[in-house]
Design a protein around this ligand. Sequence first.
Ligand code: S3P
Length: 445
Amino acid sequence: MPAMSRPLISRRAEPLTGRAKVPGDKSISHRALMFGALAVGESRIEGLLEGDDVLRTAQAMRALGAEVEKLEDGSWRLWGRGVGGLMEPADLLDLGNSGTGARLMMGLVATHPFTTFFTGDASLRSRPMKRVSEPLSRMGAKFVTREGGRLPAAVVGTTNPVPITYELPVASAQVKSAILLAGLNTPGETTVIEREATRDHTELMLRHFGANVTTTIREDGARVVTVTGFPELTGRTVIVPADPSSAAFPLVAALVVPGSTVTLVGIGMNPLRTGLFQTLREMGADIRTDNPRIEGGEEVADLVVTSSALRGVDVPAERAPSMIDEYPILAVAASFAAGTTRMFGLSELRVKESDRFTATMNGLRACGVEVEAEGDTLIVHGKGAPPPGGATIAVNLDHRIAMSFLVMGMAAAQPVAVDDAEAVDTSFPGFVELMNGLGSAIEGN
Ligand code: S3P
C-alpha cells in the first residue's frame, strides 16, 4: 500500500527570527555508516541525519553484517566487519529514495564475493545506474538491471577485483565514491579522475578511518584521486556537521521574508559544497559567517542571515557541482531578485530525485514567474518584488522541490501549496516545525 500523501500549504510568514540547527549532513551521514561498517572495531557517529534515506543505509549495513545501533544519548554506535568482511544480505536491499545509498553501496558490494539485490522507491527505480555499473563492471562485477540500467538490479560481486583508472564522464561524487569504495577491497591502486571537483567527503572520511587516499591535481587542472587497496580501517568517531543543503531552505527564506534575521548553527562549510552561499552573496545577500572552526575534519561555521534585496546574476557551469542540490531553492531566490538570473550547466538536474530542471521551471511558472530554458541553462526573470504564488506544486517524491516551493509561499503574494510533503523526511525531518518555529506559517492543506 502506498503511504498516505501529506499536502501542505505555506502562507505569508511573519519576519523569521531566531537560531536553528538543521539536521546532519546527508552525504556525510551515509558515508559514516558505511565506513563504520567496514572498519575493524567500534565507531561512533554524533549528529547523524535520522532521515529516511540514511536510516535505509543503516538498515542495509545491518543486512551486510555490521552492528548498528542508536544509543540513549542520541549518538550511533557501529561494530564493523573489516574491509572485505561484508556478508551476503539475506534479502533485497531497499534504499528507498536514496541515490547516494544505492550507488555507494553498489561500489561496496561490487568487490565482495556474493550477490546483492537492490531496489528503491519509484523515484530511485527511475534513476540511471549505468554510470556506476559501467566502471564497476570493468573492475569485475556483473550487473543484471532493468531496461536502461535501472533498479531493481542484482550486483554479482567479483572474487578477483581488478584495479582501474577511470575518468568520470559526468561530474558525480556518487560515481567517484562508488569506484573508490570498490577499490578498498581490490589489490593495488584504484584511481578516479574528475575534470570538475565534486564533494570530497569520501576522500576526507576514508583518510580519517585510516585509508591511504591521495588527491593530486593534473596539469590540466583535473583531480586525480587514488585509493590503495586492502587498508586497515579502524573504528573512529565521526561528528556530522549540519547539512549546508538543508540550511539552504531557512537561509533563502530569511533572505526573502522582509525583516528577518536568522542564525543557522554549525553548518558544514566544505568548500566543495558552498556554491550557493557564494552565489547568493553575489546577488547581494547579507550572509555573515561566524565562528569558523574545524569539527571532525570538516569546516563548519554559524551563518547569520538578514533579509536582503537580491539582484540577478549569472551562475557559471563550473560552479554546478558545488551547489548541485541547491538550484531549485536558488531559482526561488532568483524569482524575488531584481533582474535576470541565468544558471548554466544544469544537465545533471534532470536525473535527481525527480527531473528538477522541469519541476523547477514548471513550479515557478505556476507561481507567476517568467522562466525560460535554453538547453541546460535555466533563466529566471525576477521582478524585484514578491511573485504572485497561488499554485499547488506536484512534488513527485522530491524533497527539495517540496521545501523550495514551501519557502516560495512564505513570501509570495498568495500562498503556495505542495501536493505531498512526505518526501521531506528523506533529508530534513522536522522541517515544518523548524521553519514554523522561526515564524513561517506552513500547515496541512
Ligand atoms: C551526493 C552527490 C550528489 C548529490 C547528492 C549527494 C553524495 O549526487 O546530488 O544529493 O553524497 O555523493 P551526484 O553524485 O549524482 O552528483
